[in-house]
Design a protein around this ligand. Structure first.
Ligand code: MEV
Length: 333
């Protein structure tokens, strides 16, 4: 579709967007699933995987992304979280009071273009990152600044549609540039006492976070003592992980990750593909490895020494990983 805006260069090139938003992927270091029951969890930003939203104003609501090209009215259900983020953000900025030149909704509709490097349905926060980028693109186009609390609320509304009852950790993680400890909605940046090198590896198998969360809920109904025991243990492991991060102790953190992977398997969210990659990482000399995010497919997170990155990545690819990405935490202390 076209927009009524002329090219800024006047040379026939595509018009510049009126608003742009970007966001990064996330990975959960420890505490996924347990976090749904109030346990603490740690999330890390993955800056090397990004998503970008460009708003080209004018005309009816339309999308341009991998899943859909055209009017939002014909969009598949998978697009509903994006449309929700867009509409809610437009409502929010147009409701902003006290502006001398109030923004009109039609200035914020038009064609929304999404460009994302974050693989979808792999536990890397793709849906939350896209929602965050959309919200920020609308805010940028409107000139109405949104604070972190408002951005969080808007992204979380979208996440509730994407995943059902989500804990909020994905939203918090894609909106934070630093590692966070998330506990019952409270978010605290984490101190890191050394350098930690992580590799994320993708099984290539898409998985639904809502299905994984639902499976754990069902298991909890059937075997409450087992599931509550595992949630408590994961909670303790997260506290140990916070301490290991602060002390810069990669060996201790790796051991915690290994135990967390076993606990997540017992919660029923593992898969053969995830185990294959975890085993390959350990054989290649990793300090620890676990599934990350919802599980049942998706990605694993590996901790390794800086000298072992290449060997670990090669081992993972040989074992069938579809993609690997490195993410490094530099010490803050
Ligand atoms: C997904 O990244 C993390 C889960 O714990 C779900 C949630 O907390 O909303 C599996």
């Amino acid at each position: 579709m076209t927009t009524p805006h002329p090219s800024p260069r006047g040379d026939g090139a595509a018009p510049a967007p009126v608003g742009v938003g970007t966001a990064h992927a996330k990975t959960i270091l420890i505490g996924e699933h347990a976090v749904v029951y109030g346990a603490p969890a740690i999330a890390l930003p993955v800056h090397g995987l990004a998503t970008r939203a460009e708003l080209h104003a004018g005309g009816p609501w339309a999308l341009d992304c991998d899943l859909h090209h055209g009017s939002v009215d014909d969009a598949p259900p998978a697009i509903a979280p994006v449309v929700t983020a867009w509409r809610q953000a437009v409502d929010r900025v147009t409701a902003a009071n006290g502006r001398p030149d109030p923004i009109e909704p039609h200035q914020l509709t038009g064609r929304l273009r999404l460009i994302s490097e974050i693989p979808m349905q792999r536990g890397l926060g793709s849906s939350a990152a896209v929602a965050a980028a959309v919200v920020d693109a609308v805010a940028a186009a409107s000139g109405v600044p949104l604070g972190l609390a408002e951005r969080t609320e808007l992204v979380q509304q979208s996440e509730m549609i994407a995943h059902g009852k989500a804990s909020g950790i994905d939203t918090a993680a894609v909106l934070s540039n630093v590692p966070i400890l998330f506990e019952q909605g409270a978010i605290a940046p984490l101190e890191v006492g050394g350098r930690f090198v992580f590799v994320v590896a993708d099984t290539g198998v898409p998985s639904s976070t809502a299905t994984a969360v639902g499976g754990v809920r069902t298991l909890r109904g059937e075997q409450p003592a087992v599931v509550n025991g595992l949630v408590n243990r994961l909670s303790e492991l997260t506290r140990v992980a916070v301490d290991a991060l602060q002390r810069g102790d990669a060996v201790a953190l790796g051991a915690v990750m290994d135990e967390a992977h076993a606990a997540l398997n017992r919660l029923g969210v593992g898969s053969d593909g995830l185990d294959r990659l975890v085993d390959a990482a350990r054989r290649a000399g990793a300090l620890g490895a676990k599934l990350t995010g919802g599980g049942l497919g998706g990605c694993i997170l590996v901790l390794c020494g800086a000298d072992d990155i290449t060997r670990v990545q090669e081992g993972l690819r040989t074992a069938g990983a579809r993609g690997t990405w490195t993410t490094i935490l530099e010490g803050t202390a």
